[in-house]
Design a protein around this ligand. Structure first.
Ligand SMILES: N[C@@H](CCC(=O)N[C@@H](CS)C(=O)NCC(=O)O)C(=O)O
Length: 245
C-alpha cells in the first residue's frame, strides 16, 4: 500500500527488510515504502545515516508520532505491535515469551544464518571460499533451527496459539534455509510451521515487496539470483579483502 499514512518504511528485499513489510501487511494499515538500493549504496547516504546510524535497512519514521524514527528490525516490529495493539500477547508471561523468541531470532538465527549466506552466496562466488567459516556457520545455523523445531512440537506458532511478531521475525530467516545451504532434514515441526506461514496472504504479498527474490526460498532462478546478490553486496567483500590484505 502506498497511500499517505503514519508509517514511512525504508527497506529492501532481504530477510531483515521483509520483517516490517510482513507486519504492516498483516496489520492491513496503509504505509509508505521507499526501497533502498544497495547497488547505489543508498543505505550509506548521509540523509539515510541521519535516520539510521548503522547504515542498514530497515528503518521506519512514524509521522503520527512527531516523525519518531525506529531502526533495528526487532525494535521496529515491537514498536509497531505496541502502536497498533496487535501481534504481542497482553498476558505478561506470554508477551515475555514472544519477546524471548524475537531476541533469539535477532541474536542467533539472523546473525548465524546471515554469515552462512554471506560466506557461500557472496564471498565464495567472488573467489573467497573459506571452508572453516562455512562449516562453523552452517553447523550453528542447523543447531539453532533444531531449537526452533523442538519449540514448535505441539505448537502451531512459536509461543503457542498466538501468531506474534516472533513468528514474523523468524519466518524470512528460517524459511531461507535453502539460501544458507542449511539442511532441515528431520525437522518436521519446523516444516509444518513453514507450510502454515507460506499460506498466509499477507506473507505472500510481503515477499513480493519491494522486489520478489524467490531464489532465497529455493524457487526460481538460483544462479541469476546468486549473481545479482553477489553484485548487490560486492563492496562488502572487497572491503573485507582490503582489511585482510
Ligand atoms: N540488526 C539489524 C541488521 C540489519 C541488516 O543487516 N540489514 C542488511 C540487510 S538484511 C543491510 O542493510 N545490509 C546492507 C549493508 O550492510 O550495507 C536489523 O535487524 O535491523
Amino acid at each position: 500500500m502506498t497511500t499517505q499514512s503514519d508509517i514511512h518504511l525504508y527497506t529492501a528485499s532481504t530477510m531483515n527488510g521483509w520483517k516490517p513489510v510482513i507486519l504492516l501487511e498483516e496489520l492491513g494499515v496503509p504505509y509508505e515504502l521507499t526501497p533502498i538500493d544497495f547497488s547505489k549504496k543508498e543505505q550509506k547516504a548521509p540523509w539515510y545515516l541521519k535516520l539510521n546510524p548503522t547504515g542498514r535497512i530497515p528503518t521506519i519514521v512514524d509521522r503520527g508520532n512527531d516523525d519518531f524514527v525506529v531502526f533495528e528490525s526487532g525494535a521496529i516490529l515491537w514498536y509497531l505491535a505496541e502502536k497498533y495493539g496487535r501481534f504481542l500477547p497482553d498476558n505478561p508471561d506470554e508477551r515475555s515469551r514472544a519477546l524471548q523468541w524475537l531476541m533469539f531470532q535477532m541474536s542467533g538465527i539472523g546473525p548465524m544464518m546471515g554469515q552462512a549466506m554471506y560466506f557461500q552466496r557472496i564471498a565464495e562466488p567472488q573467489g573467497h571460499r573459506d571452508d572453516f567459516a562455512i562449516d562453523r556457520y552452517v553447523t550453528e545455523s542447523r543447531r539453532l533451527l533444531e531449537v526452533l523445531d523442538r519449540q514448535l512440537e505441539g505448537r502451531e506458532y512459536l509461543v503457542g496459539d498466538d501468531y506474534t511478531i516472533a513468528d514474523m521475525a523468524m519466518y524470512p530467516w528460517a524459511r531461507a534455509y535453502f539460501w544458507a545451504k542449511v539442511s532441515i532434514e528431520g525437522f518436521e515441526h519446523l516444516d509444518a510451521w513453514f507450510s502454515l506461514l507460506d499460506q498466509r496472504p499477507a506473507i505472500q504479498r510481503a515477499l513480493e515487496i519491494p522486489k520478489p527474490y524467490p531464489a532465497f526460498f529455493g524457487k526460481g532462478d538460483v544462479a541469476a539470483a546468486q549473481t545479482a546478490n553477489a553484485v548487490r553486496f560486492s563492496k562488502d567483500s572487497s572491503d573485507n579483502t582490503k582489511q585482510k590484505g
